[in-house]
Ligand binder design. Structure first.
Ligand SMILES: [Mn+2]
Length: 313
């Protein structure tokens, strides 16, 4: 048994907090839910949960504590988090870590960690459950499947373990693939309309044979919008949402841009001048951005310019 599984078995039933990163996504929520069922305890997020994970939380009937007081707990297990800044004001003094992100800065300070740069934290939680020979019920299986599905971008990428564990979880939980996909299908007709309107009003530019599509979306679901445009055929889909307070931007890029032009989605966001005034996250094929200081139009223009430079040089 690995030392993390051993540590989890020791703190079972204690006063535990399972702490997600801020803007907790489905992998963080799914992993935290399964872990909370395994060892007992509360699930918390530093400030808020990502929009797309709300439906999962509802389906799992789970309670998520916002801004938990970490000193109220004997043990804190930090899930799916690579850096203390992602914990905002909820940085515990001592903690356990289970994570899969490259360049994890929390490992040094962790009491015990389970760290492996696989496709999702959810599959690491599955390892712990297996290690401790514990049963998996339908809800736990659904939670972990949701985490794997979203962190593999609906299996557009993913290591063999992600596929294998996903199958094992469907079987263990008596679930179908469709039931997991349903967690992420737009049930709301207004949201679907927003995606359709964004697609119909989108701007397309073809640079060096690549279709670059930018669009604004009227609902706060820019990730879904960007995914939809990408699936329609864009090589780069960039979708922005404007609220009174801030702008949100999401981008998907096709892997050929990574392979032939060494373009990484996250680097593109970080190196676009107007986007330095905001928060950026993501990886090679997907990136997100949020800021209260920049206009959406300027970001789109800047991104097209940077892409033009990178693709035509
Ligand atoms: Mn993750």
């Amino acid at each position: 048994m690995n030392s993390f599984s051993e540590a989890m078995s020791k703190i079972r039933g204690c006063n535990n907090l399972i702490l997600c990163h801020d803007q907790a996504d489905s992998d963080a929520i799914g992993a935290a839910y399964a872990l909370s069922q395994l060892i007992g305890g509360d699930v918390g997020v530093p400030v808020e949960v990502a929009n797309h994970a709300e439906h999962l939380i509802e389906r799992l009937s789970m309670t998520v504590i916002h801004r938990p007081n970490v000193t109220d707990y004997t043990n804190v297990v930090v899930v799916d988090t690579a850096h203390s800044t992602q914990l905002c004001d909820s940085v515990p003094e001592k903690f356990f870590v289970i994570d899969h992100h490259p360049n994890n800065h929390l490992l040094e300070k962790a009491e015990v960690a389970l760290y492996d740069t696989v496709s999702s934290t959810s599959q690491l939680v599955y390892r712990v459950i297996q290690d401790l020979h514990q049963p998996i019920d339908r809800q736990m299986a659904m939670a972990l499947c949701a985490g794997i599905l979203t962190d593999t971008i609906h299996f557009h990428r993913g290591d063999p373990e992600a596929f294998q564990v996903f199958g094992a979880l469907l079987q263990a939980g008596g679930l179908t693939h469709e039931e997991i996909l349903d967690l992420y299908i737009m049930q709301d007709t207004d949201d679907r309309e927003a995606i359709l309107d964004a697609a119909l009003a989108a701007n397309k530019q073809t640079i060096a044979g690549y279709h670059i599509v930018t669009a604004e979306i009227a609902s706060n679901i820019p990730t879904y919008g960007a995914r939809a445009l990408f699936d329609l055929g864009a090589d780069v889909s960039i979708v922005g949402y404007r609220s009174d307070r801030e702008v949100e931007v999401r981008m998907y890029i096709r892997k050929t841009l990574c392979d032939h032009h060494a373009i990484q989605a996250i680097d593109l966001f970080r190196n676009t001048p107007s986007m330095k005034k905001g928060k950026t996250w993501g990886y090679g094929l997907f990136a997100g951005f949020r800021s209260s200081k920049v206009e959406l139009g300027i970001i789109f223009k800047d991104l097209r310019k940077v892409l033009d430079e990178r693709l035509t040089r």
